[in-house]
Every structure is written in structure tokens, then in C-alpha cells.
Write a protein that binds this ligand. Structure first.
Ligand SMILES: *Cc1c(COP(=O)(O)O)cnc(C)c1O
Length: 354
């Protein structure tokens, strides 16, 4: 085994996918399993499918290709707005994509015509979070333009919240999305059956029974980490430990907490500040910013993260309950940013448990 090592519990992922699928189905919602935080890991994708998800979503072409090459045949939804330069590949790999630019949809139409396909589109509306989406007053013009594209099938409207602006889904903003969908249906020659009502941040509203009747949710973090994304509260019944990160202790010493000497900048150009905790037990583990996002890493009980450089993580282990030795492993719980980095880092080995 090499370290750092990310343990991926496929059974727990399957359980979480099943729990969320059942919750969605009880509310007439189609859940879409988002694999992007795992870089399109085929085994994670399969666990989502085994848990009942019928469609998967990815933000990148490379990840989608990885899924296809591993034999994952489920329909794929492209989450990030397509690049015009990738239009040909997008229509061949993804059945459907989220879009907000007419010029791009026209390029997808041309690519789909060339490939002899119909490409499905969900038109994104910016409901205030200020990431992707058209402004609602451009709705009528956009729908009319889409109606003339022979190889594009508009499925309905969608929105994405709580990503850039931190705007929370509410009965009001999602209710307005439903209204826009009804309005759009007046300008489009086919029914618009899909209302894609957001990501894991829509779950608190769903759990309270207050979610307007959207038909689709795109769920990533709630499956992989078991939490909604408004307050990061656990989804009742979900596993919170599908991913665990092991790292090895490479130094263990009693050291003071205030550096000795004149203080300039740290390795990343920041000016460090230190809290005097006296002489204490410190550990260095072989894990750094090249492997994880330190801010989103939860240490084991009794361990405090003091800081990190590219390859070293510094810990106060004076309150750790068991005796530690150099060569021992410590196990951390990655948050979303840490998981994203660990999955992306080629230095982190991945171990699957069934
Ligand atoms: C990443 C993403 C999601 C999934 O978000 P989670 O918070 O992980 O559930 C859904 N929709 C879009 C457009 C995304 O980019």
C-alpha cells in the first residue's frame, strides 16, 4: 500500500445513492448522479447506478470518456456549459447538456446534424446565484430561437444555485422557475417535461416538503459525502464516511508553537500568525497541498491541523487518545474540496472497498 491512500467505500456510496433515489422518487423527481468530484470514477458511477440512479452527470468531457471507456452506458448529462470547440464530441458522448448561450446551442445543432443525432438541451436560468444562466427577460427570445433548431430538443428549464453566490433554493425562486417553464412551453412546439431544480442544496427544501414540483435534481455531494450543501447537515440516514484519507506520520516531536527567528512569508506567500500553546506534541504527516485542500480536511478526534506546505501537514497531536509512533497512519475525513483534490492528485492512491 502506498500513502496517502484514499479509501472509497462502494457499498456506502450505493446505500447513499439508494437513499437519495428513494427520497426523490417519493417526490416524483428524477435524481441524476453527479460524478465530477471523483473525476468520473467508473466504480463510483456504477455504485450510483446500482443505487437506482438512471442518469449520470459530468462537468468534463475527459471524465465522461473515462466512464464510457469503462463500459458505463447510462445516459450522460453535461453540467458545465459546453465549449464550442468540443461540440462534436459533446453531442456524441452526452445525450443532454445544460446551456445558456444560443451561439453554443447552434454549434451543438450543427454537430448533431453532422452526426445524425438529436441533442437534448436544458436551458439554464440565472435565478440570482450569478453563475450560469440567461436572465429571465431573455426567455421568450431564446425559446423562439431554439424552436427553429432541427437537431436540438429542448427538454425544459433548469437552474443552479448555492455555487457562486451562495443563494439558497426557496419556494419563491424555484416557484418562479416553474412559472418560466410554463411560459416557455407557450413558445415551443414540444412539451417541456423537465424542470431541473438544482443540486444538493435543494435537499433541505425537499426534506421539509417545501420543494416546488421540479422534476429533476442533480446530486453530487449529497451522495458522496452524505450532506446537503446549504448548511452541510447530514442527510438523515446517509453515510458520512464513504471516503477516508490515510496518511503516514513521518516526524513526531515535542516542539514549541511559536517559530524562532524573524518572521517573513510562508511557502505560499502568506504571513503566518501563531498561537502560543507552549511545548506540545507535533506530528508531520506525508500529505500536503499537492494532495488535498487543507481547509476542507477534517482531522481525527484529538488532532488539530496547524498548517501545511506542498508535501507536509503539521499537526498538534497532544490530545490524540492513542500513543503515536513514526510510521503510524492517521485517518482524515475529506470535505468536498479535499476530496476533489485527492481524486485529482496522482500522488494519492485509491483503494476500493466493497
Ligand atoms: C456540480 C454541479 C451539480 C452537483 O452539485 P452538488 O452540490 O455536488 O450536488 C449540479 N449541477 C451543476 C450545474 C453542477 O455544476
Amino acid at each position: 500500500m502506498t500513502y496517502p491512500n484514499l479509501i472509497i467505500d462502494l457499498q456506502k456510496l450505493r446505500d447513499n445513492a439508494r437513499l437519495l433515489t428513494n427520497l426523490c422518487h417519493r417526490n416524483n423527481i428524477d435524481p441524476v448522479g453527479v460524478t465530477k468530484v471523483t473525476c468520473g470514477d467508473p466504480r463510483v458511477a456504477q455504485a450510483m447506478l446500482d443505487g437506482g440512479m438512471r442518469m449520470l452527470a459530468e462537468s468534463r468531457l475527459e471524465n465522461a470518456l473515462r466512464l464510457r471507456e469503462a463500459g458505463i452506458n447510462a445516459p450522460l448529462l453535461l453540467l458545465r456549459l459546453p465549449m464550442i470547440s468540443q461540440a462534436d464530441q459533446v453531442v456524441r458522448i452526452f445525450q443532454c447538456s445544460l446551456n445558456s448561450e444560443l451561439k453554443t446551442i447552434e454549434a451543438l445543432n450543427a454537430a448533431a446534424a453532422k452526426a445524425g443525432l438529436i441533442h437534448e438541451v436544458i436551458l439554464m436560468i440565472d435565478m440570482g446565484d450569478l453563475r450560469e444562466g440567461i436572465w429571465p427577460d431573455q426567455l421568450d427570445d431564446n425559446i423562439q430561437a431554439l424552436a427553429s433548431l432541427q437537431h436540438i430538443r429542448l427538454l425544459g428549464l433548469g437552474t443552479n444555485l448555492t455555487c457562486y453566490g451562495g443563494v439558497i433554493p426557496t419556494r419563491d425562486n424555484l416557484g418562479r422557475l416553474l412559472e418560466y417553464n410554463r411560459r416557455a412551453a407557450r413558445f415551443y412546439p414540444h412539451p417541456l417535461p423537465v424542470i431541473s431544480g438544482g443540486n444538493s442544496s435543494s435537499l433541505p427544501l425537499l426534506l421539509k416538503g417545501h420543494l416546488p414540483p421540479v422534476t429533476q435534481l442533480r446530486l453530487g455531494e449529497s451522495i458522496v459525502l452524505g450532506r446537503e450543501t446549504v448548511d452541510r447537515q447530514p442527510v438523515p440516514g446517509a453515510h458520512l464516511d464513504c471516503f477516508q484519507l490515510q496518511a503516514e506520520v513521518i516526524e513526531l516531536r515535542q516542539k514549541p508553537s511559536i517559530p524562532i527567528g524573524e518572521i517573513g512569508q510562508d511557502a505560499f506567500g502568506g504571513t503566518p500568525v501563531f498561537q502560543d500553546r507552549g511545548l506540545h506534541s507535533r506530528a508531520i504527516v506525508a500529505l500536503g497541498r499537492q494532495d488535498v485542500a487543507i481547509d476542507s480536511l477534517e482531522p481525527p478526534l484529538g488532532v488539530e491541523i496547524l498548517g501545511a506546505s506542498s508535501d507536509h501537514l503539521l499537526l498538534d497531536v497532544s490530545k490524540y487518545s492513542s500513543p503515536l509512533q513514526v510510521g503510524d497512519l492517521l485517518t482524515f475525513s475529506p470535505g468536498y474540496g479535499a476530496l476533489l483534490a485527492a481524486m485529482t492528485s496522482s500522488y494519492v492512491s485509491k483503494e476500493y472497498r466493497h
